[in-house]
Design a protein around this ligand. Structure first.
Ligand SMILES: *Cc1c(COP(=O)(O)O)cnc(C)c1O
Ligand SMILES: *[C@@H]1O[C@H](CO)[C@@H](O)[C@H](O)[C@H]1NC(C)=O
Ligand SMILES: *[C@@H]1O[C@H](CO)[C@@H](O)[C@H](O)[C@H]1NC(C)=O
Length: 545
């Protein structure tokens, strides 16, 4: 809202009176309103969490969309895109009956189990044979049986009722201590178990926003983060109204430019972020230097080790050289670690760690005047799955230090082998220096998406990158199964040879659409398409209600 500001200075009042002398009342009121509105608009623009060029572009496209012809055209395109996605989603579940209202009579257990099996045996990718990048980080029937039994014992528990389920709270506290120990924490290190990497990151951003506002007196909080950090930081920026300032990464190393990072710091910076490693390229930022900036300017530093997870923590122990990335580096104040990635726990668990409890206090939420009672909760969720905590805890016990060290050794061996062999292929290059399990590939000889497409036809499922175009594979325990790595390398070699017979051929089908979307200047349009894509996943046949 606008506030009427009293102008105490006589000089200003005289100036204003002189300015308005001889003007008609309507002119005075028009000038006043226009000035206030202009001022308000400028203030609004300047305080938005985006940079000015982006805002100008957004406004331009927003105006363009108001033209009836354009908006009609866009709606038609969106409808087409939606239909394409819907067709694909329907295709994936072909043959399955859609259940759109409750069965009148209960189904028996056998029927239910059969239906569940019908639903799980879907999808054309044989993830359990190592055809998929990332996604499932460890799969072994032994561990499945154990965690299923643990889940059976704990599935109704909920740590929000700590008096009813005290043991679950103890398990959560122990997970935090165990992970703190792996990441060179101290007795002061503390944290929370969350539902996943995104929630861990959201909590860190929320904690530092509130710490910035309440302790450091910051009015317009900003995050300074490399361009390559996980989208969860942008999500946090959007959810919590924190401005995101992205910093460019060096073209060759794909690590953040520390000098640019220092320049991006302002009095509004509530946190600095770095990745160990980042998702797109698997490269690690210079955490020592960034932590130094944190100390120099007295700003908290978050290390996103969601993807690095336990693999990074165990690499040194099994003989790899890794630059320090955890609480051993002075200035690092928090780390996010996904136990549901390379901790090999079932999906639904991650850990956020802080160097001091003052940060965790700003993560917490407390409602003091709710008629339902005093309400405090540590993270985004209210009720939480005690089963997710217990299965995570059980997985840590199942592996132990030696178990994790052994798996780390095996996975890294495969990573180094694949990287070494890929580097021998002249038509492609590796982005930067992969620090752990992600290897990103680009090409100057052909459109790299064509390789993704060709491999896809051979059942491989890789990740596609943009700005610039690239693809990556994230190596998991499933790629350590006999023959998988060499099958991958062979398929890559054969398909590149095929592509090089016609290196300039265009992309086709969905890959072409994905490639095209990166070149559209109107990013809100791409946003609309993305929303259509999400919509399509909620498909059920219409007309039954
Ligand atoms: C996976 C990942 C996250 C968090 O992802 P979730 O899917 O929410 O667990 C964060 N950062 C990086 C680098 C990641 O790879
Ligand atoms: C489940 O799958 C089986 C065989 O794959 C099939 O016979 C059956 O009709 C399916 N049931 C439903 C409800 O789709
Ligand atoms: C780790 O590997 C070594 C060598 O292969 C083996 O002797 C040991 O039993 C393994 N330990 C675990 C916990 O997997």
């Amino acid at each position: 809202m606008l506030e009427i500001v009293a102008l105490p200075s006589v000089a200003i009042a005289t100036y204003i009176n002189r300015f308005f002398t001889g003007k008609e009342p309507w002119q005075i009121s028009a000038i006043t309103s226009i000035s206030i509105l202009t001022g308000y608009y400028v203030w609004n623009v300047l305080s938005q969490p985006d940079d000015l060029f982006e805002i100008a572009k957004k406004n331009f496209f927003q105006i363009l969309r108001k033209i009836p012809f354009v908006s009609k055209k866009i709606n038609e395109e969106c409808q087409k895109v939606y239909e394409l996605f819907e067709k694909e989603v329907k295709g994936r579940c072909e043959g399955l009956t859609y259940i759109t209202s409750l069965p009148i009579e209960p189904l028996n257990s056998d029927e239910i189990i059969n239906l569940v099996k019908n639903h799980t045996l879907r999808g054309k990718y044989r993830w359990n044979e190592g055809f998929v990048s990332g996604t499932v980080y460890y799969y072994d029937p032994d561990l499945v049986n154990l965690t299923a039994e643990v889940y059976r014992l704990t599935l109704y528990s909920n740590p929000i009722h700590s008096d009813v389920f005290p043991g679950i709270c103890k398990m959560e506290a122990e997970i935090i201590r165990i992970v703190a120990d792996l990441f060179h924490g101290s007795d002061d290190t503390c944290g929370s178990v969350t539902s996943g990497g995104t929630e861990s990151i959201l909590m860190a951003c929320k904690a530092y926003r509130d710490y910035g506002i309440h302790v450091r007196g910051i009015k317009n909080p900003e995050i300074v983060a490399p361009r390559t950090v996980h989208a969860a930081f942008d999500k946090a920026s959007s959810y919590f109204g924190i401005r995101m300032k992205h910093v460019t990464v060096d073209d060759d190393s794909k690590c953040v430019n520390v000098k640019s990072m220092e320049r991006a710091i302002s009095k509004n910076t509530v946190m600095l972020v770095c990745s160990a490693p980042n998702f797109p390229y698997g490269t690690m930022d210079d955490i020592k230097q960034i932590a130094k900036l944190g100390l120099k300017y007295n700003i908290p530093v978050h290390v996103d080790c969601c993807l690095g997870s336990f693999i990074l923590a165990f690499m040194v122990q099994v003989g790899y050289e890794v630059e320090p990335f955890d609480f051993a580096v002075p200035g690092v104040t928090s780390i996010s670690v996904d136990t549901h990635k390379y901790g090999f726990a079932p999906k639904g668990s991650s850990v956020i760690l802080y160097s001091e409890s003052k940060y965790r206090h700003h993560q917490y939420y407390a409602s003091l005047s709710w008629p339902g009672g005093l309400y405090g909760s540590p993270s985004v969720s209210g009720s939480r799955s005690g089963g997710a905590i217990a299965t995570c805890w059980a997985t840590l016990m199942y592996f132990g230090k030696n178990g994790y060290a052994n798996v780390t050794r095996k996975i890294l061996e495969v990573c180094k082998h694949i990287e070494k062999e890929l580097r021998k292929i002249n038509e492609i290059f590796i982005f930067g220096k992969p620090v752990s399990t992600v290897i990103a590939i680009g090409s100057k000889s052909f459109h790299i998406y064509r390789l993704a497409q060709a491999l896809n036809k051979k059942s491989w499922n890789l990740n596609m990158l943009q700005f610039p175009f690239g693809i990556h594979i994230c190596i998991t325990q499933l790629h350590t199964l006999p023959g998988v790595a060499d099958r991958f390398l062979n398929d890559v070699r054969i398909e590149i040879e095929n592509i090089m017979q016609n290196p300039n051929e265009n992309l086709e089908g969905q890959v072409a659409m994905y490639g095209m979307s990166s070149t559209l200047p109107d990013r809100t349009l791409v946003g609309d398409f993305t929303k259509c894509y999400l919509d399509a996943h909620y498909y059920t046949p219409k007309g039954n209600i």
